[in-house]
Write a protein that binds this ligand. Sequence first.
Ligand code: ISE
Length: 337
Amino acid sequence: MSLKIALIGCGMIGREHIERIQNRIRGAQVVAVCDVFEEGAKKGAEIAGTGTKVYTDFHEAINDPEVNAVVVTTPGAFHKEPVIAAIQAGKPVFSEKPLANTAADCKEIVDAEMAGGKHLVQVGFMRRYDRGYRQVKELLDSGKFGAPMVIKCTHRADGVAPDYTTAMAVTDTAIHEIDVLPWLVNDEWDEVQCIMPKTSCKAHEGLKDPQVMIMKTKGGIVNILEVNVNCGFGYDINCEVVCENGVVNLPCPSFPTVRYANNVSTKIEDNWILRFIDSYDVEIQDWVDHAVKGETGGSSAWDGYVASITADALVKSQTSGTFEKVVTGGTPDFYKK
Ligand code: ISE
């Protein structure tokens, strides 16, 4: 069987995934695209190739009898409805991150999936597919370095659009560390705090940037994360895990080291699409490979829900300034691995 996909939401990441699926992914093809803006859907169809069906109503796209799988790449606030429609149609669905913008919306998705009794949802947290993070995980899981105790991360971006808000530093940016770190060290978040250092003169009016997030796991690991989205020197992701017997660092993307004009230098990647481009390919291929067998891989709807609960706690701490508890109520049996 091969996947015949309806892709919902033809913005930037949607168009990226259409191009990826049509050209680099085995066992899947985008047969229908949908966007509330017909122009957007038509642009998506152009990338997908002749014969691609164009929809402006996601229900029609998802319920098209030729379609047997769904990719949701609308803005986060509009993920819930198409994801639930796909679940109700019994079709595997890949939702870009975050699963939804609020924990309440994520919970509705989790409830719909459990009610259907079938694992159908995978969330697009692509860092779990990054080669570097996978290498770090393998080393940590070997046990050779002892237990992880401290994690130090940076999530820096060159700059952000004028509509980027203080809360988005958590919900859009730190959400990646929120998902990937518990997976990396096999633990769960317990409490989180966000503190605001001096604001950069490059941050636009009203935006608090940088932010420092301190996140403790149930097992006692402390993570210190610097989110700094106006650094002005590239997209710079670092992660250092301090263990009892050693320290493991996430590898940086490899670029030549240049000796020139009394300097030794190496490039920093320009943006997140380029930094994680390979991870996206591996991620979508893995989703397809699982979906054809009626399975899911990567982050589940439950993982997406927990990430959203954690994000809410961090956003709360942006104003309270204190530690906020991450309360999930425990993993339902349906989602236990
Ligand atoms: C984007 O979706 C990402 O995936 C990036 O890693 C993150 O830095 C950015 O803030 C998000 O918008």
